[in-house]
Write a protein that binds this ligand. Sequence first.
Ligand code: PGA
Length: 254
Amino acid sequence: MRKQIAAANWKMNLTYGAAEALLNDILKEQVALAPDQKVIFAVPFPYLIMAKSGVEEEQGYSIAAQNCYSKSSGAYTGEVSAEMLQSIGIKYCVIGHSERREYFGESAEMLAEKVDLCLQHEIEPVFCCGEALNIREEGAQNNYVQTQLEASLFHLTEDQMLKVIIAYEPIWAIGTGKTASSVQAQEMHAHIRSVFAAKYGDEVANNISILYGGSVKGSNAAELFSKPDVDGGLVGGASLVATDFVEIIKALKR
Ligand code: PGA
């Protein structure tokens, strides 16, 4: 059965002390997770080890990096490799967030290389896709997202694909307070699942977790997660507020 996942994306926020306090505030609630539920905190690189030492992986809580580089090692000053993340026990990494695609010019090919390196190092990529507002207004969102998935993931084998988590994040909903309606989210998630079903078959497609991202809050999470193909969320702003994120964790389907 596919996992239901609440993933926090802290982005470039919080000092060390504030990050530690936020994590503790969330963990002290001790929200018990069912075996098919997971909570993942994608934290800035300098906090990975601290955050990892705070969570109980056996209880379903894990830490993710927000990015890694598309080369294995070498003269790439300032970059962090998947192998480095593996060496400190990190098991998840966000790949291809729209902010990385837009501000750092990450191409579909580069993202395919990052996905490969993550999988080589036993890190599950949280692969982000999603359209900008003009594409939605043209009604071209389904094709656009399909192309993003094909370009960076379709070279994977079935077994590899089962280790990838998808996050559908319409760019017009990120940080804007404008959430896709649960109906819009469900439509796109069903489309994404059908794209994987056509390539890998129903069994693989039904086992891929597809998270929704874009202004998920404590107040709208339960409605979004109630949809059959919405397997949780990737949460930016609201993941920085302990009470909000705890509410989001509690909204996961069981
Ligand atoms: P948001 O960000 O929840 O602040 O909209 C989501 C994301 O970018 O992952």
